[in-house]
Design a protein around this ligand. Sequence first.
Ligand code: SAH
Length: 347
Amino acid sequence: MGHSKQLIDKLEKTSKLTEEEWISLIENRSQDTAEYLFERARKWQQTYYGKRIYTRGLIEFTNYCRNDCYYCGIRRSNRNAQRYRLTEEQILECCQIGYELGFRTFVLQGGEDAWFTQERLEEIVHAIRVNYEDCAITLSFGERSKESYRRLFEAGANRYLLRHETADEAHYASLHPAQLSAAHRKQCLWNLKEIGYQTGTGFMVGSPGQTAAHLARDMMFIRELEPHMVGIGPFVPHHDTPFAKEMGGSVELTLFMIGLLRLMLPKLLLPATTALGTIDPQGREKGILAGANVVMPNLSPTSVRKKYELYDNKICTGDEAAECRACLNRRMENIGYELVIDRGDVK
Ligand code: SAH
């Protein structure tokens, strides 16, 4: 505890640790250090955001994907996935329902689906921009050229989520086919920042083969990138992937990493993710109490919810958007926080 506590204090003061220090902090964590960390993390969370939790409406607009990531349930090779695409009209309908429920950020997430050409994507972004002037538009559909990102930004998008997944090149290669690389994914993130997006990265906790050294490198990469948002969640196996039989990530380590992120970059937008809520019924509440300040409930039509199955047992696939909103309202109130109607920009 003594040494770990010193490292937590150092992180809080300087926002930097060496790789060895990160490894030591992660490997030697205990319930005591975690409690100490979460207390500091909540202090920073409340300094910048109070007890106000931002909410984003997630619209999963396509589950077609050209990639074949070994962990992901909508990977190209999964013949059992029932593929779907939302029309522009359906997407705008999701926004309308969301707007009425108080959402002021829409997140368009999907696989890398070539049917959605540059022109179609710009058209959709533009339509949302014109109809919902006071809302933020977040995009999350993978790796694209800098030119494509720039044009989408000009069409009205404000934010982009692209988890780096793991900062370590060899570990990245063990989770993805050879065509994909950590270097290219990171380059996309630098490009997004340069264009002016509020940029989000992140990683899975407990992905197969992950060590404390890998997590140390994730923290160091994030420190260098200085993103506005970081989404992390436990790896959860999906039965139709090469990783079906692998072990999932733990709630405990995920929460610890959330606390460390809050302390390293205290203004971060940090979601308590659906994957965390999936492996623990109180996962999202615990995420908030470890330092997170964002939740991202689903706005996709219930008819397609189950089909966007990145991992097994994903929660909230049967609920209407309004039920999700009400349920999260209740959950946040139970722990002394409140969901707010706000674009939820970074401080
Ligand atoms: N195609 C987009 C969106 C990917 S889905 C992109 O490339 O960014 C969003 C995130 O879900 C991924 O970045 C990944 O970190 C996470 N994810 C995918 N499969 C998962 C699994 N089996 N368990 C937990 N998280 C998973």
